[in-house]
Design a protein around this ligand. Structure first.
Ligand SMILES: [Fe+2]
Length: 168
């Protein structure tokens, strides 16, 4: 039995802790996706994503710290499902061509990224409402960094990988 979440401040803390765990789970799966990726630009993008997520978690940890809270021991079941899904589709399925696997990889990666973007958006809004303005700004930056990263994957797909997969 977990403790009740009584107000927006407690919800803010709980969601930061949830996002921290989601980020950790995402990175463990993205490590595996790097090995599965063929396109060198895609591998690089995945490596950058890991760095960005690590940086995000550093920020989340320090925000929790500023409220006298730790990262907690929450397991984010949303990200658990998404990482299982990504690993199933990218690592366990067979593909006739590497480009098709890369296209699948992007489609799965973007689901993880979008989950993180909504997570950041939520805690940013809570931080603003609570007057935790400096941290709100940090969370907005994390959200924007994640969105930029995500857009890069869209560009990779549209510029080459989807085309290669079509020709395969
Ligand atoms: Fe979650």
């Amino acid at each position: 039995m977990t403790m009740a979440i009584n107000n927006l401040k407690e919800l803010y803390i709980a969601e930061l802790q949830d996002l921290y765990d989601a980020n950790q789970q995402a990175n463990a799966t993205v490590e595996k996706l790097i090995d599965a990726a063929s396109c060198p630009d895609l591998k690089d993008a995945l490596k950058n994503s890991i760095d960005g997520t690590k940086d995000g978690n550093k920020q989340i940890k320090s925000i929790l710290d500023s409220h006298g809270e730790g990262v907690g021991d929450e397991t984010c079941l949303g990200m658990k499902g998404l990482t299982k899904e990504a690993e199933k589709h990218v690592l366990k399925e067979e593909f006739g061509d590497d480009s098709v696997r890369d296209a699948m990889l992007i489609s799965q990666y973007q689901r993880l990224a979008h989950y993180a973007i909504t997570g950041y958006g939520t805690v940013e809004a809570f931080a603003k409402r609570l007057g935790d303005l400096e941290n709100a700004q940090t969370l907005e930056q994390c959200k924007e960094q994640t969105m930029e990263g995500d857009l890069h994957f869209t560009k990779l797909a549209q510029a080459s990988i989807n085309k290669d997969a079509m020709a395969a």
